[in-house]
Write a protein that binds this ligand. Structure first.
Ligand SMILES: Nc1ncnc2c1ncn2[C@@H]1O[C@H](COP(=O)(O)OP(=O)(O)OP(=O)(O)O)[C@@H](O)[C@H]1O
Length: 590
């Protein structure tokens, strides 16, 4: 209102003549309302009840004339209305064009895509809503004036009964306007945020899957759905209060009038006056009130919201699409600049461990047993750590904790000295790469797939990664680096090779492989792991085969909520579980 108010006042001040003419026609509407109720009252008292049918019919004729004469009055009102709505429409079109031109000039190459919408749809919304509001507010004011004067002229005692509930209901209705507008704005914003999230998520599916941040995106979506639901509930509560206001001001006067009939009769109110009063209520006051409340509730809020977008200094984000957007988890910005604009990885330090878990307890669901309980772990910069343990023991959970994709119940996870909790997707992407079991490749060139995490990688770097990983025959079979890659043409193992080469190219110093070589044969796995271990930085591998553990500098054995770590030899000596795992592996190889 603060933003729209001054413009609205200026607009109305420049159209005094139209307003006066409109008021003139509206007064005629008041008179018509007055005559209808008054005619009915006189027809009963002076005519039918007095035994003079002719007089009764005569007064009814007067009331009927007033109804018929209402038609030219309505025509007069509409003629004047055009004098308000059309200049408003022209002014809004001018403003939309000005805004669009200013935007185009201030942002070379960046026209205002919302201008067309403002020029057509939104201008029409404003014009129609404004016309509806002027009609209903004016109609209510003048009809109510005519009806109240009529009630007073029939008998002032009628006002004593009718006025309090009418005024009370109206006051309650007016009191709901501000909170209802706020609730409507909140619901609109929540709806827009949700729609925005859905659109961006759909566009970023590839990035989300590649970075493994679908759960985070799903959580943001769930939060937005909850916000939208909460906003709708608040709106519904205010709508209920508004219905109550309508009931109090609309139905209660009729009820009270019926209940008060004996009291009114004692005070000398005639039957005709009572019938006239009911006519005023049923024919004029209540319909006008109902239309007013509905119009202000719906058209009024719509008008304010759309006008706000015309008068706002900067157009609303959902209209212009120009406002900066919060990056999605796993996506640092638009594709062409997202990955290359990641903050550079912090330099490694000899003292600061690459990974540090302090008393980390983690689990799924509030009441379930923890999967990891008070786990302490320190992985030095440059170290190669393998994680082993039975299926379902928590190995993937550990990698997701380190990757910052899963929050511990308690304890702290640090990567390169930085707490991972609460970090943005872009910050996490600069710290680590997590390669899951399911390798994600996308339709594009082979090079696009390989350089996905480092778009500025030189041709030599890409070729070196391909060579190191043993992926050269695959790239050759696909037709070279610039050949198109169709995911369906690749086996699971071939996809894993591409994704491992992609991880090799990444600038993040920490690589987390969660059974990322499970579809490779043992020799290819050994070659790939050796290449990744040679890469500067730290390697943490959830081992698919025990051979992978044997190659590591150190092994972490997860055993229920306990954990042991050491070299292969050390663990063979002191970890029964590790011995079992190695024994089982040897037997299955034999
Ligand atoms: N999203 C989840 N919701 C609920 N429970 C989960 C979820 N993910 C894992 N779990 C449970 O947590 C436990 C540890 O799972 P996790 O995947 O970390 O084990 P893992 O050692 O990696 O298993 P595997 O070797 O079979 O991949 C299991 O009991 C698993 O069922």
């Amino acid at each position: 209102m603060r933003r729209v108010g001054p413009s609205a006042r200026r607009f109305l001040a420049g159209r005094k003549t139209v307003l006066v003419r409109l008021a003139g026609w509206s007064l005629a509407e008041s008179a018509q309302t007055f005559v209808v109720g008054y005619g009915v009252a006189q027809a009963v008292d002076r005519g039918f009840l007095a035994g003079d049918t002719l007089t009764g019919l005569g007064w009814l004729g007067v009331a009927a004339c007033a109804v018929v004469l209402g038609a030219p009055v309505v025509r007069g009102v509409f003629a004047q209305l055009a004098g308000l709505t059309e200049p408003l429409r022209d002014g809004l079109v001018r403003r939309a064009v000005d805004q669009s031109m200013a935007r185009a000039l201030s942002r070379p190459g960046g026209g205002d895509r919302a201008a067309v919408s403002r020029l057509t749809n939104q201008v029409e919304i404003v014009r129609d809503s404004f016309a509806g509001l002027v009609l209903t507010v004016r109609s209510f004011v003048f009809t109510a004036a005519g009806a109240l004067v009529g009630l007073f002229s029939l008998d002032p005692a009628l006002l004593v009964v009718v006025l309090p509930p009418l005024a009370g209901g109206l006051a309650l209705f007016l009191a709901t306007l501000r909170p209802m507008a706020a609730a409507q704005r909140r619901a609109l914003t929540a709806d827009e945020a949700l729609g925005d999230h859905v659109t961006r998520t759909r566009g970023a599916l590839r990035d989300l899957t590649a970075c493994g941040t679908q759960p985070e995106a799903a959580r943001s979506g769930a939060r937005l759905v909850a916000d939208a639901a909460a906003a709708s509930r608040v709106l519904a509560r205010w709508a209920a209060v508004r219905t109550l206001a309508l009931g109090v001001s609309g139905q209660l006067p009729v009820l009270l009038l019926l209940v008060a009939v004996p009291w009114l009769r004692d005070r000398g109110v005639t039957t005709g006056a009572l019938l006239g009063a009911f006519t005023y209520l049923a024919q004029a006051l209540l319909p006008a009130l109902h239309t007013l409340m509905t119009a202000i509730g719906a058209a009024g809020t719509r008008l304010l919201v759309v006008l706000d977008r015309f008068t706002a200094p900067q157009a609303h984000p959902s209209v212009t699409g120009a406002a900066p957007r919060t990056p999605l988890p796993g996506r640092a910005g638009p594709p062409q600049q997202g990955r290359s604009s990641l903050p550079p990885a912090p330099p490694p330090s000899r003292q600061v461990p690459a990974v540090e878990l302090s008393a980390v307890t983690a689990g799924y669901g509030a009441r379930t047993e923890p999967v990891l309980d008070a786990l302490d772990l320190r992985v030095e910069e440059g170290e190669h750590l393998a994680v082993v343990g039975p299926s379902g023991i928590g190995k993937s959970t550990l990698t997701r904790l380190v990757a910052g994709m899963f929050a511990p119940r308690s304890g702290v996870v640090r990567v390169n000295g930085r707490t991972v909790a609460g970090r943005s997707a872009a910050e996490l992407a600069a710290l680590r790469v997590l390669v899951p079991q399911q390798a994600y490749v996308f339709t594009g060139s082979v090079r696009d797939n390989l350089a996905y995490l480092r778009p500025d990688a030189s041709a030599a770097d890409v070729e070196a990664a391909v060579r190191d990983l043993g992926a050269a025959p695959l790239v050759e079979r696909l037709g070279g680096l610039d050949a198109p890659l169709r995911p369906d043409d690749l086996s699971q193992g071939e996809r894993q090779l591409i994704v491992l080469a992609r991880a090799h190219l990444s600038t993040a110093r920490l690589l987390l492989l969660d059974e990322a070589t499970c579809h490779l044969d043992a020799a290819s796995e050994a070659r790939a792991e050796a290449a990744l271990a040679r890469r500067p930085g730290t390697l943490l591998v959830v081992a698919h085969r025990m051979s992978s553990a044997v190659r590591a500098d150190r092994i972490l054995v997860l055993d229920g909520v306990r954990a042991a770590h050491g070299t292969h030899r050390e663990l063979l000596e002191r970890s029964p579980l590790y011995r079992d795992l190695v024994g089982h592996w040897s037997r299955t190889r034999a």
